[in-house]
Design a protein around this ligand. Structure first.
Ligand SMILES: [Zn+2]
Length: 463
């Protein structure tokens, strides 16, 4: 179940304050003044902020629900226009529109575009204690009497965190800055997507078709998690991903293990042996030349690691881990490329699986990528290595003739992919220590790093 901490907007508010008002080495006193002003604004206007948020969350927001997703876009337009912003719907056929909003532009200033998405993940209502589109305040300590001023209170609703919280945070930050009489030092654009959770199938098309109105000096992707220590986090890069599906084939039908075991090759066993050749239990990928193309972290990126909070000990306890893979802290380890086994399918399942040698077994893999390790390189390296290990690599299920001609028929198929980015172009400032700064993160969002990376060729960061 998604939950929204009543403090969740603070990250966006704080970064807006630091990033937009004083872009270069802000004096600590100014930062304190701005943050205090924003906190005062939020505490004074909490009921109104909450009311706007609740009304927005109450609109069902599955990208495939055409009627309701457009109601979300219309509501957003009203919320933005109420704040005097110029709005525009960027469409592509019947796709949920991107809602774009702009402040009046000053050509002498830089322009920053803030990204968030207003659609949400599919819902299984049986998993929910409340209707996901009837936002409900809950305080575990005082059931039935949740107080929005209590920091222990949570607001439960679909997208109350991912990612409508970012939208409300941005708009509230704008209100707070105005109330404090602090004009942004940059031109503002807001880009709110309506089908991120559906894989952003039209994002590239929309970015390309509207490149002129999307001109920007920086994109800030407001679709990331807080740091594991609970603090807001600004992330400067994202690991890419390429998925792969690897199938090993055995007999052309399942065989009784008593009658045929030790004679007919078992594809699950074949597959586990293949996997053991691809990576170690310490997270090192053992595909030849896998690391050759990897761009090593720069001196400033290595320095930056020093300021990333080390959450490893607490996380290990929380996750029930006696050890972690390899050497180094979490923030350092996720700067490396990696290979993850998502799942393995093969044989019978359920309470009474047959004692059988199955016909095939499939492993679903995802490779996490860093600059300059591309999806194409990984695909080529994996296929070459499988052949070196003696496997006959097909691009589809084997024909009967393939099965009898090749001792180790296998089928490797690549899945969706996107590139990785690192963009440590912003200064790491000592005055910003109350916000976590991190070199990279996972980044499931299809908006980060690609296709915004590839289509707009604009620097971006993520909060
Ligand atoms: Zn999201």
């Amino acid at each position: 179940m998604k939950k929204f901490r009543m403090t969740a907007c603070r990250g966006v508010l704080a970064v807006l304050g630091l990033g937009l008002v004083w872009p270069a080495s802000p004096a600590a006193a100014q930062t304190t003044y701005l943050n205090d002003s924003v906190r005062t604004f939020v505490s004074r206007h909490r009921p109104a902020i909450l009311q706007e948020f609740v009304e927005f969350l109450a609109i069902p927001n599955l990208a495939s629900d055409t009627v309701n997703i457009r109601k979300n876009a219309s509501a957003l337009v009203r919320m933005l226009q109420r704040r005097g912003l110029e709005t525009q719907l960027l469409g592509a056929g019947d796709a949920p529109p991107v809602v774009l909003a702009r402040s009046p532009a000053d050509p002498t200033k830089h322009t920053v575009t803030f990204y968030a998405h207003y659609d949400g993940q599919p819902v299984n209502k049986a998993d929910w204690a409340h209707d996901p589109w009837q936002p409900t305040l809950v305080n575990a300590g005082t059931p039935g009497a949740a107080d929005s001023d209590d920091s222990a209170t949570r607001l439960y609703a679909r997208s109350s965190s991912d990612d409508k919280a970012a939208i409300i945070g941005l708009l509230t930050a704008l209100d707070a800055l105005r109330a404090a009489g602090v004009p942004p030092s940059v031109n503002l654009k807001f880009f709110f997507e309506g089908e991120e959770e559906a894989g952003s199938p039209h994002l590239h098309e929309i970015l390309a078709a509207h490149a002129d109105v999307l001109q920007s000096d920086l994109w800030v992707i407001c679709d990331g998690p807080t740091n594991q220590n609970g603090q807001p986090q600004l992330v400067f890069g994202s690991r890419g991903v390429v998925s792969a599906q690897l199938t090993a084939f055995g007999p052309n039908r399942a065989l009784h293990s008593g009658h045929y075991g030790n004679w007919a090759p078992n594809p699950i066993v074949e597959l586990t042996h293949v996997l053991s050749r691809l990576r170690t239990t310490e997270g090192e990928v053992t595909i030849p030349h896998f690391y050759d193309a990897v761009r090593p972290p720069t001196a400033s990126e290595r320095d930056a690691l020093e300021s990333v909070p080390n959450v490893d000990a607490r996380l290990k306890a929380e996750l029930g881990l006696a050890r972690t893979e390899g050497q180094g802290a979490l923030a350092e380890r996720i700067m490396k490329p990696g290979l993850n086994v998502d799942r393995i399918e093969g044989g019978g399942t359920g309470p009474n699986p047959a004692n059988a040698i199955p016909s095939s077994a499939t492993a679903y893999l995802d490779f996490r990528l860093v600059p300059d390790l591309t999806p194409e390189l990984v695909k080529a390296q994996l296929e070459r290595y499988l052949r070196e290990l003696g496997y006959y690599v097909l691009d589809g299920p084997p024909a009967a003739s393939d099965r009898v001609a090749h001792p180790k028929p296998s089928f490797a198929r690549s899945g969706p992919s996107r590139g990785a980015t690192w963009c440590c172009y912003l200064r790491w400032g000592a005055a910003h220590r109350h916000i976590c700064l991190n070199n990279t993160s996972g980044g499931r969002s299809s908006a980060f790093p690609s296709p915004i990376t590839t289509t707009t060729n604009t620097p971006r960061t993520k909060i």
